[in-house]
Ligand binder design. Structure first.
Ligand code: NAP
Length: 242
């Protein structure tokens, strides 16, 4: 039987690449979107036209009511997810002295509270079934810290602590919890950087090139597979040797 995967923030970027790849590998894909309804619809049409199976679901994943409603809709249309990819996120570049309390709260709510809310919502089914895979998208900045990204780095570092702790608690329930820490990946998130900044970043990467959303998606697909069942509480850097 086909497994269901929920990917948050899957209308574009890394989430969209995961949606396409998981659909190709026979998963029923729940595509969550927030603002990018049109892109989510286009992606879903393409996947379904190519013989995949997916549906789109609106939710601001930092809002508990939205997450609950999304769960009800996914359950009735695709069945409960056995794989949860917490991918939705925002970034912002600011000097620490310019970061406002509003900036901080928006960052933590979108990047970290959303992971808490989605795990709270979707874990009980996994625990009941004694199987499940949770893949949380952190960032290398959460591992090493990024200048002018204190709030972003903190939100992503929190996901790592969260995942390592939850992994220990869930291991005997047959559920794995891992993080992917992407490096510099070619998506809208990096469109704020000019060419000069991107060139400087490229020089920091051993592979000498920016990563693709597909590089991250392939790692997520592996972590979701049976072959990765003995891997839990880990942070896999997908960063070309940054
Ligand atoms: P992106 O292209 O900017 O996409 C961000 C995604 O997050 C969008 O699909 C967006 O959905 C969704 N999102 C934002 N706020 C949301 C909310 N409140 N509720 C639901 N969805 C929300 O960025 P990306 O590069 O694909 O990033 C995906 C993840 O990878 C993020 O967690 C990011 O921090 C992480 N990451 C990226 C890089 C990189 O270099 N690109 C590096 C390290 C980590 P809508 O458009 O529908 O609002």
């Amino acid at each position: 039987m086909k497994k269901t995967v929920l990917i948050t923030g899957a209308g574009r970027g890394i989430g969209a690449a995961c949606a396409e790849l998981f659909a190709k590998h026979n998963y029923k894909v729940a595509i969550n979107y927030f603002k990018s309804e049109l892109k989510a619809k286009q992606l879903s049409n393409t996947i379904n036209k190519n013989g995949g199976c997916c549906e789109i679901f609106y939710a601001d994943v930092s809002n508990p009511k939205d997450v609950k409603k999304m769960h009800e809709e996914i359950k009735s249309k695709l069945g409960n997810p056995e794989v949860l990819i917490n991918n939705a996120g925002i970034a912002q570049q600011k000097l620490f002295t310019d970061i406002t309390l509003d900036d901080w709260e928006k960052m933590i709510n979108t990047n970290t509270k959303s992971v808490f809310l989605c795990c709270k919502e979707f874990l009980p089914y996994m625990i009941h079934e004694k199987k499940g895979k949770i893949i949380n998208i952190s960032s290398i900045w959460g591992v090493i810290g990024g200048s002018c990204e204190v709030h972003y780095s903190a939100s992503k570092a929190a996901i790592i602590g969260f995942s390592k702790a939850l992994a220990k608690e869930m291991a005997l329930s047959g559920i794995t919890v891992n993080c992917i820490a992407p490096g510099v990946i070619d998506t809208d998130m990096n469109s704020m950087h000019n060419k000069q900044t991107m060139d400087i970043l490229k020089q920091e990467i051993a592979c000498g090139k920016i990563g693709s959303a597909q590089d991250v998606a392939h790692t997520a697909l592996f972590l979701a597979s049976d072959e990765a069942s003995y891997i839990t509480g880990q942070v896999i850097n997908v960063d070309g040797g940054f």
